[in-house]
Design a protein around this ligand. Structure first.
Ligand SMILES: Cc1cc2nc3c(=O)[nH]c(=O)nc-3n(C[C@H](O)[C@H](O)[C@H](O)COP(=O)(O)OP(=O)(O)OC[C@H]3O[C@@H](n4cnc5c(N)ncnc54)[C@H](O)[C@@H]3O)c2cc1C
Length: 360
């Protein structure tokens, strides 16, 4: 009898879209022995390249249901994948811990409830007497900030992660086509993906990882999937104030929903906005720095040194993400909205199981 790996080697899988979700599926499936082709006309212009890379898994408030299961699984899988991927880039790592801060009394009560009920030693409350809070108060000139620290959550540098996955795909000689797919159809037991240049690519399985555009390719198949575009903007800010040493701040934290990454003594990254739009603003400074009632002077005087954005896909009428078998051999994996980097390991595990069941 042939081994499962030998059976898998015969199956050809086309992955449409090479953001974090397409690339991570390629990694998982190629490690299982499948023959993979990834197709994407613009692999650098996607929301994955805009991501800040925060992994907010274990500090998620709702500890049951599908969303929690995916977060929990991903937080468990990430360290194993990082160890594996360090063979291709030893700088890749997860910076821990992650801190979530609030000035809202109700929100803080929820943090306390989570810690009290779950008794999870990887989470702790940050009260006013904590050194983290003292440093934040000093820098931001605040008095009423408190929060939660998670020693299991953290941050992966998203662009380094994508580059490392590219290294892996190159090393494994995984087929990459810089093409746009405009149509997919079933022919006998196979799927045919047609490119804009009229090239047909035959495969046993197609995985749609092309975010918002996934629905365009299944217009002729019955489904009820709706996706909405959500704009996410981020800025890198230079601070020109000798009095402020940003290195006294945590490396990654959020205040009232805005994520902040300390890059150096005088550089911060702040992201991201959350707007049902596709048009980034000329100057997103105000929107991204309004997380406190009163901004400290050094932040008001800050200058944008870099700005970028990404369009995320959010499911309309159902929770994020959408991972579903549409037909035999056709899987959709999209609608990751705010958490594509976090959830990539758990979603590709789900896809691999779906394919295993289909082929066995
Ligand atoms: C500013 C910002 C900050 C973020 N921060 C975080 C964070 O801290 N943590 C986190 O987990 N997530 C974060 N996210 C969200 C995360 O980036 C997304 O959830 C994730 O990138 C979704 O990945 P994806 O692969 O589904 O889509 P994408 O990265 O958008 O990739 C889709 C790909 O499909 C390709 N494509 C489209 N149509 C076709 C076609 N017809 N044929 C072939 N290819 C096609 C596109 O070219 C594109 O490359 C952030 C997003 C933004 C914008």
């Amino acid at each position: 009898m042939k081994s499962l790996k030998e059976n898998f080697q015969k199956a050809h899988i086309v992955i449409i879209g090479s953001g974090i979700i397409g690339k991570f599926n390629a990694l998982e499936l190629s490690e299982l022995g499948f023959q993979i082709t990834i197709i994407d006309p613009a692999k650098l212009q996607n929301s994955s390249n805009a991501a800040l890379g925060l992994l907010m898994g274990n500090m998620y408030q709702k500890r049951r249901g599908r969303s929690w299961d995916l977060r929990k699984q991903s937080i468990e899988l990430w360290p194993q994948w990082i160890t594996f991927l360090q063979k291709f880039n030893n700088e890749l790592n997860i910076e821990k811990p992650l801190i979530q801060l609030t000035t809202n009394e109700e929100k803080f009560k929820k943090f306390k409830k989570l810690i009290y009920e779950k008794n999870d030693i990887s989470l702790r409350i940050l009260e006013k007497d904590s050194i983290f809070i003292k440093n934040i108060n000093k820098s931001f000139q605040t008095k009423n900030i408190r929060g939660i620290i998670s020693f299991k959550d953290g941050r992966i540098n998203a662009s380094l992660l994508l580059k490392t996955l590219d290294e892996y795909l190159k090393y494994e000689k995984i087929n990459f086509l810089e093409e746009e797919i405009i149509k997919i159809r079933k022919s006998n037991n196979h799927w045919i993906s047609t490119t804009k240049n009229n090239k047909d690519i035959k495969s046993d399985i197609v995985i749609l990882c092309n975010s918002l555009k996934a629905v365009d390719l299944i217009k002729n198949i019955s489904h009820n999937i709706k996706l909405k575009p959500v704009l996410g903007q981020a800025i890198e800010v230079d601070i020109d104030d000798a009095e402020v040493d940003l290195l006294s701040l945590p490396k990654q934290f959020s205040i009232n929903g805005k994520n902040i990454i300390t890059k150096s003594k005088n550089k911060l990254i702040i992201g991201s906005t959350d707007e049902y739009s596709t048009n980034p603003e000329e100057n997103p400074f105000e929107k991204l720095t309004n997380f406190l009632d009163k901004k400290p002077n050094w932040l008001m005087k800050g200058k944008i040194s870099r700005k970028w954005y990404g369009i995320r896909s959010r499911p309309d009428g159902e929770p994020s993400p959408i991972m579903r078998k549409i037909e035999d051999g056709l899987i959709i994996c999209t609608g990751f909205y705010k958490n594509g980097i976090l959830l990539a390991p758990a979603c590709s595990k789900w896809v691999a199981n779906e394919i295993r069941n289909y082929l066995s």
